[in-house]
Design a protein around this ligand. Structure first.
Ligand code: ADP
Ligand code: ZN
Length: 762
């Protein structure tokens, strides 16, 4: 009888599938089980990908231990990770490490948190009864119970499940008495498992009191009926739910999840960033109680671990999570929801560079599930799929209760500057509208999608700008102190910082190049807007929301809650304030500059601008009062801006997709971005040229290779970067050409990063 051979993935990113022999004295592992295998001089824990694989002919090493008798990772999740590795041209180990819980490969099963509970034994209860009856009960050591001992026994007896030591003391007992009572057999100690519940530590929105389901609007009702029928059919059905901002998509998600649960199936709800959409998780929690699990990377390891094991044990009906939750070990999946499916945070920006939305569709196909991609501004990819009939299209064209969309006004900043001077940050129209809101006690949001105080420091004499020594970008200017009372112009408190590598330095008073004392700050960021608004509205109750102000865990949730409680009138911030929030008293949205993203050398610039403007305008007027948005721009005729003004997604799609067709960009073609790093410019370019040449040799005529050229971010963290693109309509042949080229150049494989379906071109 020949030995059993297994394919194993280990958590080493550069390695592919490895084949090992299972010796006869070990049990045959199943797919998804953990095994220990030798690799070089080390022993590693890996996951079994396949059993009884073919012999590759050379001497194989033996598996040294089989750690699980059943699958640790469900086989369908293993298959999904393998799909991700193939499609995104990554190693299976890298893909699996996204799917595993924290400490998943250490083989430790004791990572649960435990607590001790103290209970009174039957002997202790008898003694307490005798003591109370005054029948001369003898306690530890044959003596009468002391007061402390009596109190301690009573405290422990007061809770049926026993008490923790902390509770013991609040109930009048004393931990100093425990040891003697235990030794006398009057108290017993049990160890119990405690769930670390991410909802109780204030990092999530407080869970609203259970809301009763509302009466659906007609439009919601027909959308729901259609989707419910597909859910009931138990067949894979991909749906694009295109619903304008405020059309009530969340209520449909809740009801679909409820229906899945009633049929004994689970729902997986993906959201862009939990911290940005705490309301969604909280709403599910309020409807489904503790049958909801949360999965995202900002959880502490312990919390993530506990939540993962609850899902694995089938103890939950709904999983709410960010991109990696697409790998959650749900065995009875009937529904997957991808909220704000256009959001770029679904794409992972390190290996494996997978797109959570696209993986969700693949997972739904294997599970025979309904997958609903929801957005007011669908990605071009998803809308193209809907137009082509690959996805069902369900529309919500109106806001609930026929509330009007926000009125959007454009302010041409060229004209404004001509009339009001070149230094304008807040236009007269926006200032007046804001004053009105403050007078009426309504709320406002002000967006500028760039953080910091200024974009750069520039010398007026020689044109030199302060640059990062490691990256080819200007250093942004940050104030070390901001908020009320901070002086905006005090350069001693400024720092120049790189937004890519975090390199920081002080701001010199003279130009480092020509020594002239004419260094000026150029370009504005959110902190500058905050300073400007504080100067113009001294009593404003305002907070800033960007990555600088919400660095600490939970601080964003607290800010959003203060805004919801009306303790703040204005939020100023980056795109973080544009996402999904539902604050009914916001009646004004201001955009300081709509143009921040338009200048980028990126074919998605217009799409991103349209999405951001439509989404942020969608935050206004969601309650009973009508909303207004004021957008300041230097390009008031750009189609991404004019069509956001009229909320005309269809027109935007048609225009943008025509451009993509003409230029052969996605979704018209598939694309892979290959970046090769080097110590010098020449090394990077040479490496990229060699690799591109190898790809050209391997690829058939259906694949176009463009480049190489220096990447737009030509230096990053000290490395030089050159890039080339593959374009084509047949992804498998593109992938195969790349794999073969990398096999022929193992040295370059280590220096190359591959991005399949890239979202940015940097
Ligand atoms: P979307 O996600 O589509 O932008 P939401 O789901 O946040 O919109 O809904 C917008 C607002 O309308 C929310 O405050 C929500 O509670 C409310 N809402 C949803 N459905 C109804 C309904 N049928 N009747 C009344 N209000 C509703
Ligand atoms: Zn840098």
């Amino acid at each position: 009888m020949s030995a059993c051979l297994v394919a194993v993935a280990v958590p080493v990113p550069s390695l592919g599938r490895l084949t090992y022999r299972v010796p006869a004295d070990l049990p045959r592992p199943v797919v998804g089980a953990r095994v220990t295998v030798p690799l070089g001089s080390r022993h590693l824990t890996g996951i079994v990908l396949a059993v009884d694989v073919g012999d590759e002919g050379h001497a194989l090493k033996d598996v040294t231990a089989v750690l699980d008798t059943d699958a640790f990772l469900p086989p369908d999740v293993v298959a999904l990770a393998v799909w991700v590795a193939d499609y995104y041209l990554a190693g299976p180990g890298a893909a699996l490490s996204v799917a595993l819980p924290p400490h998943g490969l250490t083989g430790r099963t004791d990572a649960f948190k435990t607590a001790r509970r103290l209970s009174v034994t039957p002997a202790g209860l008898d003694l307490l009864a005798a003591d109370e009856a005054g029948t001369g009960a003898l306690g530890p050591g044959g003596r009468a119970l002391s007061d402390v001992q009596r109190q301690t026994l009573r405290a422990a007896a007061s809770v049926p499940d026993g008490v923790s030591t902390a509770e013991l003391e609040t109930r009048g007992g004393s931990r100093s008495a425990v040891a003697r009572l235990r030794a006398a057999g009057l108290l017993s100690v049990r160890t119990v498992r405690v769930e670390r519940d991410p909802f109780v530590d204030g990092r999530h929105a407080s869970v609203p009191a259970a809301t009763s389901p509302r009466v659906l609007t007609d439009e919601q009702a027909s959308a729901f009926d259609a989707m419910a029928a597909w859910l009931d059919a138990r067949e894979f059905t991909p749906v694009l739910l295109h619903g304008v901002t405020g059309s009530g998509k969340t209520e449909l998600y809740l009801r679909l999840a409820e229906r899945a649960r009633a049929a004994g199936r689970q729902a997986l709800v993906l959201v862009p960033e939990i911290a940005l959409t705490p309301q969604v998780a909280a709403l599910f929690r309020s409807r489904f109680g503790d049958r909801v699990a949360i999965q995202h990377s900002a959880l502490a390891d312990g919390e993530r671990h506990d939540q993962w094991h609850r899902i694995r044990a089938g103890e939950v009906d709904v999983v709410v999570g960010t991109r990696s939750a697409v790998f959650a070990p749900c065995a009875r999946l009937g529904l997957i929801i991808v909220d704000e499916e256009h959001d770029s945070s679904y794409k992972q920006d390190e290996t494996p560079r997978y797109h959570g939305r696209d993986v969700a569709v693949v997972r739904a196909r294997t599970a025979g599930a309904l997958v609903v991609l929801g957005s007011a501004t669908p990605s071009l990819e998803s809308y193209a799929n809907a137009r082509a009939g690959r996805y069902q299209l369900v529309r919500l064209a109106r806001r609930v209760l026929d509330r009007p969309m926000a009125d959007v006004r454009l302010v041409s900043m060229r004209e404004e500057m001509a009339e009001a001077g070149g230094e304008v940050i807040v236009s007269r129209a926006l200032r007046e509208a804001l004053q009105q809101r403050l007078d009426r006690r309504e709320q406002a949001m002000i967006l500028l999608n760039r953080r910091g105080y200024a974009a750069a420091m520039l010398c007026r004499q020689c044109g030199h700008s302060l640059e990062c020594p490691q990256c080819s970008v200007s250093l942004a200017i940050h104030r070390r102190r901001s908020g009320p009372g901070a002086s905006p112009d005090d350069r001693r408190h400024w720092a120049a910082r790189c937004h890519y590598c975090n390199h920081a330095r002080g701001v010199p008073s003279a130009c480092p190049q020509c020594a002239a004392p004419y260094l000026e700050h150029v370009g504005i960021g959110t902190d500058r807007v905050e300073a400007e608004l504080r100067a113009q509205f001294p009593d404003i109750r305002m907070a800033r929301v960007d990555r600088d102000t919400v660095r600490r865990r939970g601080s964003l949730v607290r800010l959003l809650e203060r805004f919801a409680r009306r303790e703040l009138d204005v939020l100023v911030g980056t795109q973080m304030i544009a996402k999904g929030h539902d604050f009914p008293d916001v009646t004004l949205v201001g955009v300081i500059s709509a143009d921040v993203g338009l200048g980028l050398a990126d074919f998605r610039a217009a799409e991103r601008t349209f999405q951001l403007l439509t989404q942020v305008a969608g935050r206004a007027g969601r309650g009973e009062r009508r909303g207004e948005a004021i957008i300041q721009t230097l390009f008031p005729t750009h189609y991404s801006i004019t069509l956001a003004r009229t909320h005309d997604y269809e027109a935007f799609y048609d225009k943008e997709v025509a451009y993509r067709h003409a230029m052969r960009y996605p979704p018209q073609v598939a694309m892979v971005n290959v970046v090769v790093k080097g110590r010098t410019y020449d090394a990077a370019m040479q490496g990229a040229q060699d690799l591109a040449a190898a790809v050209r040799t391997e690829a058939g005529p259906a694949v176009t290779v463009m480049g190489p050229a220096p990447a737009p971010l030509a230096r990053l963290r000290g490395d030089y970067r050159a890039q080339f693109f593959l374009k084509g309509t047949h992804r498998p042949s593109m992938g195969q050409a790349l794999r073969r080229a990398l096999e022929a150049h193992p040295d370059l494989a280590r220096r190359a990063t591959l991005d399949v379906d890239p979202l940015t071109m940097l």
